[in-house]
Design a binder for this molecule. Structure first.
Ligand code: SAH
Ligand code: SF4
Ligand code: F3S
Length: 472
């Protein structure tokens, strides 16, 4: 047997971070002179959370966050694959960065996220976007320091994939977009394989973070001033399944609520199959938990739900809703709904409208079905023509808008605490706040309130927002 040459030991990601940091310091590239980093994010909160890690890596290396790609020496794009539109947008943005590279060949461009976790998309980037320095899938975020370091040393282009070995790496630095809002991932991946959905292929199998790591991060967020923390997971309420943690999502939420501090807690997205009575009780009893349950139904038709592989019937779903409403009387319920799933008949669609009327959602994220390569639904018979889907989508919006308006009006006259989140783009004397209502709350106030809790009284409501005034 030929003796194998021992492989050079792999460096830990923190060693790559330190080496870039030392290089930038030795070149005097610090402070205002530090190279810029720009991260562009598509997709869900899970991607937002990953982007905060990408930014965290770059800032730990000594990069300086900039607001435009033209000002950056390092551009990272975090892509989404959930619908065709998301992929088209990402590809067009990546295409638009070519001119930046043309005018400055030192600029490093990296692409990560769900779109490039699909082999055929990674191949497309390799072939058609030669100016992209590296591509890394969602299971290779911990490789980012190595990839940036390599690109700075002029290594050839790299396409990195974890294969099927999606794991969890703790300790990647995080640069929060807003210190008062924390995204806290508790689990990753999905085992459900809904027949339309690409996520199980782009995020791998379900795995939960260790509760100690989650609690440590929660304490860190609260210490850093977080007022609004959202527990994240593709199926957040499956946290703990298949582990020996002796803890499920309800226990975890109770533990986080024990951390002293003036913060509110949210969690998303919940799958109906794990929406337990225990979790409903947590929402009813824990003051820090916002009374908002995002519980996607996807369709009101049992036949469509079966072909979607959702694993519940509309009656199962309604039983959870009834229990939720009984336990948390003022709960806001929101949902995701897909219109135009293959084979959806007029009667199936009417079943969806019926559920919408019965539940009275505060808000719905509705989507026209988009076939995803490699999923079972993409090759199902009975693909719905665009005009039919569009017409159904419009009818759904019309119904939901009426319901949203009446749900929003219930807040008029109430006093509540909201976080001043941002200054209005159109009027610098107006702020937008976030609180218990799922919709944004607009009120007059000065920008020094941003990131603080403010007491307001709701004065008016329309379909998409509420208006309020500050009270002392
Ligand atoms: N894990 C979450 C949702 C993840 S994706 C859940 O199960 O609810 C977010 C939403 O995108 C889904 O709830 C679904 O409504 C929508 N979606 C997923 N795949 C889609 C597709 N192929 N076409 C249209 N909408 C889709
Ligand atoms: Fe997609 Fe279904 Fe998993 Fe949600 S539960 S991520 S919709 S496969
Ligand atoms: Fe998109 Fe991936 Fe999230 S496909 S919706 S970014 S999990």
């Amino acid at each position: 047997m030929i003796p194998q040459k021992p492989k050079a030991p792999e460096l830990h990601f923190s060693e790559y971070i330190s080496s870039v940091r030392s290089k930038l310091i030795s070149e005097g590239k610090t402070g205002d002179n530090a190279p810029g980093v720009y991260v562009r994010t598509f997709g869900c909160q899970q991607n937002e959370a990953d982007s905060e890690r990408m930014m965290g890596v770059a800032i730990s290396m000594g990069y300086r966050k900039v607001e435009a790609p033209e000002e950056a020496k390092l551009i990272l794009v975090n892509t989404c694959a959930v619908r065709e539109h998301a992929e088209k947008k990402a590809l067009s943005i990546i295409g638009s960065y070519k001119h930046i590279k043309d005018s400055d060949s030192e600029v490093i461009i990296g692409v990560g996220g769900c779109m490039v976790t699909q082999g055929h998309r990674a191949d497309k980037l390799k072939m058609s976007y030669p100016y992209v320095n590296f591509v890394f899938d969602t299971g290779s975020l911990h490789k980012l320091p190595e990839l940036i370091c390599g690109a700075l040393q002029g290594s050839p282009r790299r396409i990195v994939s974890c294969g099927d070995s999606f794991s969890i790496t703790e300790g990647i630095p995080i640069a929060s977009e807003k210190s008062y809002r924390g995204w806290l991932s508790v689990m990753y991946g999905c085992n459900n394989f809904c027949s339309y959905c690409i996520v199980p292929y782009t995020r791998g199998r379900e795995r939960s973070r260790h509760p100690d790591a989650i609690l440590a991060e929660a304490r860190e967020l609260v210490r850093g001033g977080a007022l609004d923390i959202t527990l994240l997971g593709q199926n957040v309420n499956s946290f703990g399944n298949g582990t020996d943690f002796g803890m499920d999502i309800s226990d975890l939420i109770r533990e986080i609520c024990k951390i002293p501090g003036d913060f509110r807690l949210r969690f998303m997205t919940s799958h109906p199959k794990d929406a337990s009575d225990k979790l409903i009780a947590v929402m009813a009893e824990e003051e820090k938990v916002v009374p908002h349950f995002h519980l996607p139904i996807q369709s009101g038709s049992d036949d469509v739900l079966r072909r979607m592989n959702r694993k519940y019937s509309s009656a199962d779903y309604m039983r959870i809703i009834e229990k939720l409403k009984a336990a948390v009387p003022d709960v806001s319920i929101t949902s995701d709904i897909i219109v135009g799933f293959p084979g959806e008949t007029d009667a199936d669609f009417e079943d969806t409208l019926k559920i919408i009327r019965e539940v009275e959602y505060d808000m719905i994220f509705s989507f026209i079905y988009s076939p995803r390569t490699g999923t079972p639904a993409a090759t199902m018979e009975g693909q719905i023509p665009k005009e039919v889907s569009n017409e159904r989508y419009e009818r759904l919006l019309e119904l939901q808008n009426d319901i949203s308006l009446s749900r929003n009006k219930r807040f008029i006259g109430r006093e509540m605490t909201v976080i001043a989140d941002e200054v209005s783009r159109t009027d610098k004397n107006m702020l937008t706040g976030r609180g218990d209502p799922v919709r944004p709350i607009h009120f007059a106030g000065s920008s020094d309130l941003i990131g603080k809790n403010v007491r307001v009284k709701i004065t008016d409501a329309d379909t998409f927002s509420l208006r309020a005034e500050i009270i002392l």
